[in-house]
Design a protein around this ligand. Sequence first.
Ligand SMILES: Cc1ncc(COP(=O)(O)O)c(C=O)c1O
Length: 418
Amino acid sequence: MSKRTIPFSRDDLKRIEAEHKTPFHIYDKAAILENAEKMNEAFSWVPGGFKNYFAVKALPNPYIIKLLKGLGMGADCSSLPELILAEKAGLKGEEIMFTSNDTPIEEYQYALKTGAVINLDDITHLDFLKEGAGLPELICFRYNPGPLKEGNAIIGSPEEAKYGFTREQLKEGYRKAASYGVKRFGLHTMVASNELDPDYFIETAVLLLDLVNEISSETGITFDFINLGGGVGIPYKPGDRAVDLDYVGKGIEKAYKEKLAGTPHEGKLRVKMECGRVITGPYGYLVTKAIHRKDTYKHYIGVDACMADLMRPGMYGAYHHITIPGKEDAPCDHTYDVAGSLCENNDKFAIDRKLPLIEEDDFVVIHDTGAHGHAMGFNYNGKLRHAELLMSEDRSVELIRRAETVEDYFATLDFSKL
Ligand SMILES: Cc1ncc(COP(=O)(O)O)c(C=O)c1O
């Protein structure tokens, strides 16, 4: 087994289990805060202040959003419920960014009411917003660089992606917005997901800085900020290297100084990001238990969680590391498929994984579930979504979302009319 570790022991889990039945997602508060601070430090050079808008979709829990707010992070929302979550966590106005697509007017109306920074996905949305909700003083547009930038496996090639404006549409859009009375402008892009190459983010910044200069000199507008999006990857596999945020920060600082020297944006343009995964991903764990063993053409371990708790392995074939607490030093001399109970053959957390002997009642801890984990859950097969716990440094835990009950599952049905 690899050297990857977990921040709790089998005994800790036994104690936690006495109060909170498995499966559950558990998040390591101290590690989340330490890591978020590192991101802030890497960009502390940004004039006017750096802000990461935590991508709520990664971990839509108000306790986590509030924790990050304490470090100056905002929230990136993509729907009305996410806007409400950000508000409940105490964020307001421009601490919230609304980056949605194919957006219903009611959601724009709500975003406008909260004072969130509205990031439009298409040029036609400018008039849609103007007519249906009114225009704010500040508007941001999402750029799709098409052939100028390679995407990656998860988000696909930008030319095939449904998001954002073309370069020419941006220019037309900013001119039009200015003619409608919009006063302040932002430029956004998001072209990769789970990207581990640190230079990728520096190149994205260069692309946006060049574009700021080009649009500004052609249209006469000046920009408040650029937003480099999210998409910073995390080392899911034992051999992967984490993105060095310090290196990324320094690379972007160098480009910022070179590209903006002598322009109206020098020392004024703010830099923002909207990372989710890199902030919380590595510090969340799905704790589940082995409840069955099955030996047919392969050897299976059946656990009490399923793909409804963590969709990434089934959906993308994504690797998530597994630790068996108490057996960290045991030889990995068994080959298992670790499966959930969904009626789908891709409901497997691991396939042909080398692990120690797993016995009934062993905890099976699945790593890196702190982002796009519980959040991507669903109720197919009548599966209920499980609890979320927040662990403090002394390993005490706080329930930050209870598990769904059968009553929750039936809440939208009216049996009396049957
Ligand atoms: C527009 C937008 N911003 C931010 C994110 C967050 O990405 P990540 O959690 O990989 O940083 C996403 C993810 O899908 C996104 O679509």
